[in-house]
Design a protein around this ligand. Structure first.
Ligand SMILES: Nc1nc2c(ncn2[C@@H]2O[C@H](COP(=O)(O)OP(=O)(O)OP(=O)(O)O)[C@@H](O)[C@H]2O)c(=O)[nH]1
Ligand SMILES: [Mg+2]
Length: 286
């Protein structure tokens, strides 16, 4: 099966990559002690991308970890925060980690292992054996299921949990994402700056023909504060993103490859034991 030229075979990848964790924060000061306390010790760097928090998030991060790198996003939204964080990364592997306590940093080694074993993109899933959620509502699970089916139909993928933001990938995949951390700043919000970022990443990785492995993950409840996500508004945003990304030519590597390597067909991605299982939803962590 042809692979995108960005894909690197396991033989050419480091067995002990430098891991950069990118953490978007918007008023997460109360949750950071929990999250930072569970981070593995051997990380290359921890990057907090702050969205103009007013609760002392940056100061708390610096007090918890003197080597933390603080990035201030230039526009609004989680997507813009991720783009700004990715642009600052100096490691080999990027782990996307929420700051609300829902994503368990102790799972990071499993994501890195999936990458070292040959995946370009390690996609977290709550719907595989070993995964689950204490946080997802029935409405969200239902919506996620349909969005997931639509994505797999449109992109030839076998994702089991499209709307889950705990993922990791090699930095060599960044060009395929075509994210814009520059452009106009301040209060504007461009395509990809919002919660649609995860759909953009999932679909552009697939369009680029990169190798995807799913990693079972358990989602915990947010510890303090409130979600910034609106189920219906952001659900429709994801649906719109699936449609827009199918036709906008982004992520196909056109800017990066030779003429003959362009326009690779979408690839049916090989996954491990990740058939959607609704009962996994309510499973408790092992
Ligand atoms: N820098 C930055 N971070 C944000 C922004 N919006 C959300 N975040 C962070 O992104 C992470 C996820 O946001 P949440 O509000 O928990 O949304 P979610 O996890 O997608 O949805 P829930 O399942 O409802 O919690 C958290 O660490 C937030 O602090 C933003 O505009 N800028
Ligand atoms: Mg959350």
């Amino acid at each position: 099966m042809p692979r995108h030229p960005l894909h690197r075979s396991p033989a050419s990848t480091a067995t002990q990559p430098r891991v950069s964790v990118v953490i978007p924060t918007f008023n997460e000061a109360k949750n950071l002690p929990h999250v930072f306390g569970l981070l593995p010790e051997d990380l290359h760097e921890v990057i907090v991308v702050d969205g103009r928090s007013t609760d002392g998030t940056i100061e708390v991060a610096q007090a918890l970890r003197s080597d933390v790198r603080i990035v201030r996003q230039n526009r609004r939204g989680k997507g813009n925060a991720m783009a700004c964080g990715f642009a600052a990364v100096t490691g080999d592997v990027i782990v996307m980690l929420d700051a609300d306590g829902s994503a368990d940093p102790r799972e990071i080694p499993a994501y890195v292992a999936a990458l070292v074993q040959g995946a370009d993109f390690a996609k977290g899933t709550r719907f595989a054996n070993g995964g689950g959620s204490a946080d997802i509502t029935r409405t969200r699970a239902w919506g996620n299921g349909w969005l997931n089916r639509a994505a797999n139909l449109l992109y030839g993928t076998r994702y089991s949990d499209l709307c889950y933001g705990y993922n990791a990938f090699w930095t060599h995949c960044l060009p395929a994402l075509e994210l814009d951390a520059e452009g106009p700043g301040q209060d504007v919000k461009l395509w990809g700056d919002g919660f649609e970022i995860e759909t953009l990443i999932n679909t552009r990785i697939a369009k680029a023909g990169l190798r995807i492995t799913e990693v079972p993950s358990y989602e915990h409840e947010r510890i303090h504060g409130h979600s910034n996500l609106n189920t219906w508004r952001d659900g429709f945003r994801v649906l719109g993103a699936l449609a827009v990304e199918r036709i906008n030519g982004k992520g196909t590597g056109q800017a990066l490859t030779t003429q003959t390597e362009r326009r690779l067909p979408p690839v049916a991605v090989p996954t491990t034991d990740t058939a959607p299982r609704d009962e996994a939803l309510l499973a408790q962590p092992a």
